[in-house]
Design a protein around this ligand. Structure first.
Ligand code: PEP
Length: 229
């Protein structure tokens, strides 16, 4: 199982360090094949010791240069960051990243050998149109994406389930994951209101290789409760 924590624009440098100190201690006693990823805000990137991988929530597809407000490869290399989240719905919908930009970022960071957690997901109005519309939408988010990339992890995150407290049902997750898996042979995470209360049910679903967690990952006790569940 893969457990990924997306802090979004939460936590400071100080609280991220405190969180990771606690997490590192907890993971010492966990001998397993599980993988843990933490995506803190860019201001808290650093070299941390522990049985987890630190990734960046976003970066620009250049080494450095005139891209005000962005960070690029040079800034990531300083901290040994080799993992990136690409295509999160908040970057697509709130920050206006279209599929062309998302695919450009993907190609750049693939060329740099990054491990990429690539997010896809549909809005509620698409879900309400039925399975066919959902799949058509999700497949459109694979445009320009090399699904055979060996360092690719895909995260299915229905937008209507993100930060709403309402997770997709077992049936919705199971059938969407099964349909998606016909198109690639890479790990597939589920994300959307995953929490300690539903982690066992979600990770038991066939075709779920792990979870991407937002809100419930912000508290190290709750996040580790999920890892140890
Ligand atoms: C996310 O934004 O990646 C996410 C899954 O958020 P939440 O767990 O809060 O729904």
């Amino acid at each position: 199982m893969i457990f990924a924590a997306n802090f979004k624009m939460n936590h400071t440098r100080a609280t991220t360090k405190a969180y990771l100190d606690v997490l590192a201690q907890k993971l010492v006693s966990k001998c397993s094949e599980d993988r843990v990823f933490i995506f803190p805000p860019a201001t808290a990137l650093d070299r941390y010791e522990g049985d987890f991988t630190i990734g960046v929530q976003n970066a620009y597809m250049a080494e450095s240069g005139a891209y005000t407000g962005e960070i690029g490869l040079e800034q990531l290399e300083e901290f040994g960051i080799k993992t990136i989240l690409i295509g999160h719905s908040e970057r697509r919908d709130v920050l206006g990243e279209d599929q062309a930009l998302v695919a450009e970022k993907f190609a750049y960071f693939k060329a740099q050998g990054f491990e990429i957690v690539y997010c896809i997901g549909e809005a509620l109005e698409v879900r309400e149109k039925g399975d066919e519309a959902v799949m058509a939408h999700l497949l459109s988010q694979f445009e320009g994406i090399d699904l055979s990339y060996e360092k690719l992890i895909i995260a299915y995150e229905p937008i209507w389930a993100i930060g709403t407290g309402r997770s997709a049902t077992t049936e919705e997750i199971s059938s969407t994951h099964a349909s998606l898996k016909e198109h690639f042979d890479r790990p597939l995470l589920y994300g959307g209101s995953v929490k300690p209360e539903n982690i066992k049910e979600i990770t038991a679903i066939d075709g779920v290789d792990g979870v991407l967690v937002g809100s419930a990952s912000l508290d190290v006790e709750r996040f580790s409760e999920m890892i140890f569940a």
